[in-house]
Ligand binder design. Structure first.
Ligand code: PLP
Ligand code: TYF
Length: 393
């Protein structure tokens, strides 16, 4: 049986990790996988996470199963963090295995409710969106998103394409900090998107993996809140991997905003059912860390302050890189790096130029020229800027 298996194509982002490790050159720079690194190159455990873990260790008296949908404390605290004003009578929620698990369960739920569902995704999008849909056999079409000239959003193209999504189709949107481009929509543009979806009856699935990494915890949730306030049905897949720095704890959540409380109950039942079919109970440790932090004023304040430090470090690196490139290129054509938000920016370089950065300068970024800003520090920014110019980008 097992010899019938076919080799699976590796994830292009994860493959880079191995390539980088194997490179023996001094001064190599890893701008690949989207993991935050401080200026010393360390992905730290946040202070509030350590404190919460200690508190859990001291007070936890059982490791018996939690609820199938996860703990209520976690789901309520996350609903407040994401939505602020929570329409409790319409909101179903499910603790999941990371944000990826939330996306997977959202797509499963959509298909359960509408077996003929088509998913509309941005071009480009996070490669895992595509591979999960392919694996599930879910039909999907791409909508225009990135303007290769300006490195901003092609909003006219986006509007024209998402208007084609029919009633009951899913439109997958990045709530903030678009991965892989770093180009984002303005609040006014989000309002236009809400109006298009309102008219068509297509259902937004918002992937919120970077709340707090762009313009701030509230600012990054603004689009999600606007959509949730305007539309009768919304799915939201949120991840705690980045903003709590608990990547390996696999902590995520799926919200389903339903038209009314009867539909909410149906959604809640189906969501718990989906957890049971896939892995039964969701993991608890990460979500308990999150609820411990969010429900304690002091821990929450300390966590929010550290998250702000992380966000501002990345903004500082963006400004420095844009400025170095302005000087070296004698033009403002790289200013988009300062305007992008989140961990990533797409440079708009060719695969050959990306390869040249790797070969000539030991700088690793994803083949589509996505770079992880957090892989840089004050000293490596000028090295990258020089290499970008030398590679003819
Ligand atoms: N969605 C996007 C766009 C991401 O970049 C990520 C990645 O980290 C996720 C979802 C989910 O991450 P995780 O499953 O690690 O919580
Ligand atoms: O895009 C990234 O780099 C992050 C991390 O299969 C990641 O979202 C990358 C690939 C993957 C899972 C997570």
């Amino acid at each position: 049986m097992l010899s019938n298996l076919k080799p699976q194509a590796p994830d292009s982002i994860l493959k880079l990790i191995e390539e980088f490790k194997a490179d023996t050159r001094q001064g190599k720079i890893d701008l690949g996988v989207g993991v935050y690194k401080d200026p010393q190159g360390v992905t730290p455990v946040m202070r509030a996470v350590k404190a919460a873990e200690q508190r859990i260790w001291e007070t936890q008296t059982t490791k018996a199963y939690t609820g199938l949908a996860g703990e209520t404390d976690y789901r309520d605290a996350m609903a407040r963090m994401v939505l602020r004003d929570v329409p409790s009578d319409r909101l179903a929620s499910l603790a999941t295995v990371g944000g990826t698990g939330a996306i997977r369960q959202a797509l499963e739920l959509a298909r359960l409710a509408n077996p003929g569902v088509t998913v509309h995704v941005s071009n480009p999008t996070w490669p895992n969106h595509l591979s999960i849909m392919k694996f599930m056999g879910l039909p999907f079409v791409e909508y225009r998103y990135f303007d290769a000239e300006t490195r901003g959003v092609d909003f006219d193209g986006l509007k024209a394409d998402i208007a084609k999504a029919g009633k009951g189709d899913i439109v997958l949107l990045h709530g903030c900090c678009h991965n892989p481009t770093g180009a984002n929509l303005t609040p006014e543009q989000w309002a236009e998107i809400a109006a298009i979806l309102e008219k068509s009856g297509a259902i937004p699935l918002i992937d919120l993996a970077y709340q707090g990494f762009g313009d701030g915890l509230d600012a990054d949730a603004e689009a999600t809140r606007l959509i949730a306030a305007r539309l009768p049905e919304v799915l939201i897949a949120a991840s705690c991997s980045k903003n709590f720095g608990i990547y390996r704890e696999r902590t995520g959540i799926l919200f389903a905003l339903a038209e009314n409380s009867a539909a909410r109950d149906l959604a809640q039942g189906s969501m718990a059912f989906l957890n049971r079919q896939n892995y039964s109970f969701p993991p608890d440790h990460g979500s308990r860390i999150v609820s411990t932090i969010l429900t304690d004023e002091a821990l929450r304040a300390d966590w929010a302050a550290e998250l702000e430090e992380v966000r501002n470090t990345m903004l500082g690196l963006r400004a420095q890189l844009a400025s170095e490139l302005r000087d070296l290129s004698g033009s403002d054509r790289f200013d988009f790096i300062g305007q992008h938000r989140g961990m990533f920016s797409r440079l708009g370089a060719t695969p050959e130029q990306v390869q040249k950065l790797k070969t000539d300068a030991a700088i690793y970024m994803v083949g589509d020229s996505r770079l992880n800003i957090a892989g840089l520090n004050q000293h490596t920014v000028p090295v990258l800027a020089r290499a970008i110019i030398d590679a003819g980008i």
